[in-house]
Design a protein around this ligand. Structure first.
Ligand code: GLU
Length: 267
């Protein structure tokens, strides 16, 4: 078994964050095949005795796909409206795919304020523990239609990390459309190598800062490393994999695909 295989094998409580890019096709529409395959992979984890919470993006793209307008509107009220429409579509799709396995899903929409309030965090924890104990798969997203820019968590990498910490998860898996963190920008450098294990997220962030985003190609990598730092502080490792590859978790566990693991120093 690979290191990733060991990591997954030894983790019981797993938060899986799924990015919009993973769920969308080249035209920005929802790729149901991709979603179905992810659900299949989650079901395999559950059958292996694991508990899973999903943090899923995709309300925005689902909204555009559903209503087929406003996609270019920058006004915040239209963005909020799209997410409100899309969230229903997103959950419908999850409900359908998990329903094939007789598994119920539950929607939890959170805002930044929820994590700053003691009573609310307690309530979220209680709801999550109850749902998971009862065999339901909670699916969390930011409550986009009530979160305007200034009060937003902003990105679901952070939301995934906050959820993992709140639930005392054993592992946070971030499914993105990149294979992991590279030592150079893989788009410009054919010899760029994947960094398979990271122990120093601060060092990595500093390096990106000093060389600029171009070193790693994707701007989004910064929020992923910050998410890793957030969970690592609580002793939780994070695994970054490319969710666009079919059966990525099984393949990574078997060693035929790779990813980047961010290990906590306190391991
Ligand atoms: N909450 C947003 C959505 O569902 C996505 C935020 C993110 O992907 O970081 O569209």
């Amino acid at each position: 078994m690979s290191i990733i295989g060991d990591l997954i094998h030894n983790s019981r409580k797993i938060v899986i964050k799924i990015g919009s890019n993973v769920l969308s096709d080249d035209n920005g529409f929802v790729n149901k095949e991709s979603m179905q395959n992810i659900v299949e992979q989650v079901m395999k984890l559950i059958r292996d005795g694991k508990q899973v919470i999903i943090v899923s993006s995709g309300a925005g793209i689902c909204g555009v796909a559903a209503i087929n307008k406003w996609s270019r509107r920058g006004d915040i009220n239209y963005k909020q409206a799209l997410c409100a429409i899309g969230q229903v579509e997103l959950m419908n799709a999850y409900k359908e795919f998990f329903g094939d396995y007789d598994i119920h899903v539950a929607q939890i929409l959170l805002t930044r304020d929820d994590f700053g309030d003691h009573i609310r965090t307690l309530n979220i924890r209680n709801a999550l523990f109850t749902l998971v104990d009862e065999g339901v798969v909670p699916i969390i997203n930011e409550n986009d239609s009530v979160s305007v820019e200034e009060i937003k968590i902003g990105d679901n990498d952070t939301l995934g990390a906050l959820t993992a910490n709140l639930w005392n998860a054993d592992l946070l898996i971030v499914m993105s459309d990149i294979d992991g963190v590279f030592d150079k920008d893989p788009k410009d450098n054919r010899d760029a190598e994947l960094i398979e294990e990271v122990y120093d997220t601060d060092g990595l962030l500093l390096e990106i800062d000093s060389r600029g985003k171009s070193r790693f190609g994707t701007g989004g990598i910064v929020t992923k490393i910050q998410a890793a730092r957030r969970v690592n502080e609580y002793g939780i490792p994070m695994l970054l994999v490319n969710g666009k590859h079919k059966n990525i978790l099984t393949d990574a566990a078997e060693g035929s695909r790779k990813g980047t693991i961010f290990f906590s120093q306190r391991r």
